[in-house]
Design a binder for this molecule. Structure first.
Ligand code: KG4
Ligand code: ZN
Length: 344
């Protein structure tokens, strides 16, 4: 058995990502390169991703981003032994661009094609940073589009959703609260920054889905967003200046508290001793800080990939493709189509 080079393509949202990994004969997966082109600036003035703009940007960025990934790894297209691509979930038109490109490369090179799940990719990417994952582990996926607790039983083999948001994703809540506070889009980074100057106990914002009758591992952030909006409106009506840093810190505390409490509780109940936190919101300083405290207290190993790997990228898809390949799964056919609602 020789090493195999896997090319990964990601285009489910506003990032065009192309990554390369090496799958070793021992099943180890190593990051070779990771090129990302983002259309985030083109969406900023709309306060969210505009699907048509994203699709067009993917089309323009796909070939140059692939070239950058190959150059970064010092490889040529003909060195690629397998192609993996995000088949879903995501925006239909955006996914289609990546799937079409991947099919083209696989067919032209005569190598196997693997259509894979974006959410599973966010978990698999951690193996590029921290090495092999234990067979059973828990993943908290928090991004602009997703908020899920996933039970992993072999990355590249079986991932089951045990909880998810019933309304807004955590990142979406950040983006909406930023809008309320007149902070730029995407809202996560500026809120994270402002929160450092504020008091997390200044305002008692609600912790969604934590009542005795609520589903144990589900989340809800739309009530929190509404609570922030109401509170800000109240202050404005009373003619008071908005203490933006305190609002940010208190909002951020509510999000981090619920996410980490539920993840630790799930790990305990499922008797899992490793927790991976991934997705764009994993970059949040309070989320990772509180997770570190609570995991240490519960004797849970916490793994958070570096921010660049947590946000959407092609290396995560290449990594997942390599794990699927290593697990001996059959490749996809060239009839593969994008599935915007693909379940994990
Ligand atoms: O994973 P990602 O890059 O894209 C997808 O949504 O798939 O995540 C983007 C989300 C945005 O909602 C952004 O506001 C949020 O991640 N985000 C953060 C931080 N950095 C990015 N949220 C909280 N704190 C951060 N430091
Ligand atoms: Zn994502």
């Amino acid at each position: 058995e020789r090493d195999r080079i896997v090319l990964g393509i990601e285009s489910s949202c506003d990032e065009t990502g192309v990554g390369l990994v090496r799958l070793g004969a021992d099943g180890g997966v190593e990051l070779l390169s990771d090129a990302v082109a983002s259309s985030v600036d083109q969406h900023a003035r709309f306060g969210g991703v505009v699907p048509e703009i994203a699709s067009r940007a993917h089309l323009e960025a796909m070939a140059p981003t692939t070239t950058r990934a190959l150059d970064g790894a010092g490889l040529r297209l003909s060195d690629v032994d397998a192609v993996a691509v995000t088949a879903g979930p995501g925006l239909a038109g955006a996914l289609m661009v990546g799937v079409a490109a991947a099919k083209g490369y696989a067919a032209a090179l005569g190598v196997p094609l693997y259509g894979v799940n974006h959410l599973a990719g966010h978990v698999a990417v951690d193996t590029l940073e921290h090495g092999p994952l234990p067979r059973r582990c828990l993943a908290l996926l928090v991004s602009g589009g997703h908020t899920q607790l996933l039970l992993v039983e072999g990355v590249g083999e079986r991932i089951t959703e045990i909880g998810s948001t019933i309304d807004d994703a955590a990142g979406e809540a950040y983006d909406k609260v930023a809008r309320i506070l007149d902070l730029p889009y995407p809202g996560g980074p500026p809120i994270d920054r402002m929160a450092k100057e504020g008091d997390p106990a200044a305002i008692a914002f609600p912790r969604g889905m934590t009542g005795p009758r609520d589903a144990k591992f589900d989340f809800s952030f739309s009530g929190l967003k509404t609570a922030v909006a109401r509170w800000v409106e109240g202050e404005q009506r009373a003619g008071r200046e908005i203490p933006v840093a305190d609002v940010c810190a208190s909002f951020q505390e509510a999000v981090a508290d619920v996410l980490t409490a539920k993840a630790v509780r799930a790990a305990r109940e499922l008797e899992v001793t490793t927790l991976v936190i991934s997705g764009g919101v994993a970059a949040n300083s309070r989320l990772s800080g509180l997770a570190r405290e609570r995991c240490a207290a519960a004797r849970i190993e916490l793994r958070v990939p570096r921010p660049r790997l947590c946000t959407d990228n092609g290396a995560m898809i290449a990594a997942l493709g390599a794990h699927v390949l290593a697990a001996g799964a059959p490749p996809s056919s060239l009839d593969l189509s994008a599935d915007p609602g693909l379940p994990v």
